[in-house]
Design a protein around this ligand. Structure first.
Ligand SMILES: [Fe+2]
Length: 351
């Protein structure tokens, strides 16, 4: 039995559950996960579900999803999958209990794909001296849909590629357009079919009815839908992918614009989020090198290079943010700044 593509994600709202997923070939094998905390010899078992799917001429392996619950905060756990066959062991650390001054460090990545550049991005993230504890992945995983008939073997190779990080820390998934795999011309009419079989989100914990967190349009339609909420609720930062480049905005808002009144220039607004485009993981489609010229006033920093970001929350007032280009060494921060929380410390943090 071959057991590959191990990955974990958050399993509840508060950080006391983890969903473990993996794929076996040839036979399903056990869907149980054996787990124990670092300081305990008492091993526990959790059982889950196995799913398979077909996509055009492709048949998936046996895709396992098992949720481990009632974990302790801030604790290292070991876990084993493939019990009774080819057992493989991994580990993760649960987050601390939620609180306004609890520090936590997120990696941020998007549009990763599976090229040499993707590999450099992931390695660079893993070598970063500021260790991300959970990955916020902003969509576009495998780019299988760029291959003939959405070659789903590419979903398998991507799962194997991401394992070296995603088996050891939760990756929080957002879907992008490349997760749609909607191809009626080959009889595939169910959107998100490969993604939704392979990746789990704890959507029921937030009483959502949909496992997806996405908006199927881009640019202006999203701005009209969301911007006034962002400003009203003083959102600190918005991360997005899709465009294959890096850009960080000043705190600006455009909420006075109603499409017909002509007030369409963004204005400085300290209640507005910083918008960060981090779709520079490095996929088969390459970099988006064309920006609006000259650089608009709302754009604080932009560069068409591959890389990843770290969002390092210190307490209720401060977070340190940095962007790391692949061509730089592990400790170089190509773009970095302190974020001051809009509610607790709304001082001007524009650059
Ligand atoms: Fe993309």
């Amino acid at each position: 039995m071959i057991l590959l593509q191990v990955h974990i994600t958050q399993g509840d709202l508060v950080g006391r559950a983890v969903i473990v997923s993996w794929v076996t070939e040839d036979e399903p094998g056990s869907n149980a996960v054996r787990y124990w905390s670092e300081n305990s010899k008492h091993k526990k078992l959790a059982t889950g579900k196995v799913v398979t799917y077909r996509y055009f001429n492709y048949t998936s392996g046996f895709i396992h999803h098992t949720t481990i619950r009632n974990l302790k905060y801030n604790t290292k756990y070991y876990y084993e999958v493939g019990l009774e066959h080819t057992t493989r062991q991994f580990w993760f650390t649960t987050p601390p209990e939620i609180g306004p001054d609890v520090p936590y460090t997120f990696g941020v990545m998007g549009d990763l794909g599976q090229t040499f550049d993707s590999n450099r991005t992931l390695s660079h993230y893993q070598l970063n001296s500021t260790k991300g504890q959970t990955m916020l992945f902003v969509g576009d995983l495998s780019y299988a849909d760029d291959y003939p008939n959405h070659d789903n073997v590419r979903w398998d190779t991507w799962g194997r590629f991401a394992e070296r990080s995603a088996a050891y820390q939760p990756w929080i998934w957002t879907v992008g357009n490349h997760e749609l795999d909607f191809a009626p011309e080959i009889g595939e009419n169910k959107p998100f079919k490969p993604f939704s079989h392979r990746y789990r989100t704890p959507y029921k914990a937030s009483q959502s009815t949909s496992p997806f967190c996405y908006h199927y349009m881009e640019g202006e339609t999203m701005r009209v839908m969301f911007e006034s909420w962002f400003v009203k609720y003083k959102v600190d930062v918005v991360f997005a992918g899709h465009v294959h480049a890096y850009e960080r905005s000043e705190r600006v808002s455009n909420i006075a614009y109603n499409i017909v009144n002509g007030i369409c220039a963004p204005v400085k607004d300290q209640a507005a989020p910083v918008y960060i485009t981090i779709g520079d993981g490095g996929n088969i489609e390459g970099l988006a090198t064309k920006y609006t010229e000259p650089q608009p006033g709302y754009s604080a920093f932009r560069e068409a290079s591959f890389g990843h970001a770290i969002f390092d929350i210190k307490n209720r007032t401060h977070a340190h943010y940095s962007w790391h280009r692949n061509q730089d060494g592990d400790v170089v921060k190509s773009d970095s700044l302190w974020f001051f929380n809009r509610v607790w410390k709304p001082v001007d943090d524009s650059t």
